[in-house]
Design a protein around this ligand. Sequence first.
Ligand code: AMP
Length: 194
Amino acid sequence: MRRICVFCGSRPGVNPAYRAAAEALGQMLAERSIELVYGGGNVGLMGIVADACLAAGGKAVGVIPRALLEWEVGHEGLTRLEVVDSMHTRKARMAELADGFIALPGGLGTFEELFEILTWAQLGFHNKPVALFNVEDYYLPLVQMMERGVTEGFMKAENRGLLLVEDTLVALMRSMGAYHPPAVGKRLRDEKQL
Ligand code: AMP
């Protein structure tokens, strides 16, 4: 993987473990010569992951909508900051640039970005790995909700497998490297014939 997109909070969260995880992730990307792609802000976990990556000699590319430049304090030390016209363009551009996606803890924006990229995987629009860095089990209720979606018949069991969930960086990178996308395109075609 050449570039990984990180979705994460525009706030740091209350537990110092979230900040530490963002730092460790930024540093690890730099050490593995994987470019960071993220929302381009200098606030919360976003700023922390970018700073850690840059401080370790890595490259960080930000993609930020013009309207958020001020609010999220566009990071001025990035390798490249792309200013785009909308949230939609931001997500599409980040998805285009990255070879895989990792969600750190975050709020509504992070959930939205994670679920959009998962639904694109479900539809076969991309075959890239999507992983949760489940720091301090922050995402346990979200994983349980997805499992409920399967047991209640709203989600296919194999689509639960589109989301990799790990609580260490080593396991995260191993799972992403070993990821084999399900043959979604074929399945869509099969369903159409029913
Ligand atoms: P949050 O997790 O709410 O702190 O937000 C994390 C990041 O997601 C911030 O950069 C937000 O600007 C971004 N974000 C929030 N909503 C959206 C959206 N609909 N599309 C793209 N990015 C978003």
